[in-house]
Design a protein around this ligand. Structure first.
Ligand SMILES: [Zn+2]
Length: 107
């Protein structure tokens, strides 16, 4: 059962808990209650070379996913981490808004 979230790929978020607390970056992927954030939660993967798949061996650095509850979206209006509210606009479309200042986060 996938978890519900109002976060999308491309959102800028701040990490508010865990090992990378205080870092911020763009969401690269959202999957089942976890997000992958650009240059956050870097892990080293020790990879064995596989010539048939053209994979070079060695230690690769890549992002790992972190729990969605450990990040908050950064508002483009007040540039603070905020919770997300929902609003139906005058033309009937739904938008995500900043709970602090009311800025439309989907513009
Ligand atoms: Zn705001």
């Amino acid at each position: 059962m996938p978890k519900k979230t109002l976060l999308h790929r491309g959102d800028t978020v701040r990490v508010i808990a865990g090992r990378d607390k205080g870092k911020s970056g763009k969401i690269l992927a959202v999957e089942n209650g976890r997000v992958t954030v650009d240059r956050v939660a870097i892990i080293k993967r020790h990879t064995r070379a596989n010539p048939s798949k053209n994979v070079r061996g060695g230690i690769l650095e890549r992002e790992s996913s972190i729990d969605i509850s450990n990040v908050m979206i950064i508002c483009s209006g007040c540039s603070k981490p905020t919770r997300i509210g929902r609003k139906v606009l005058a033309d009937g479309t739904r938008a995500r808004i900043c709970r602090r200042c009311g800025t439309n986060l989907d513009q």
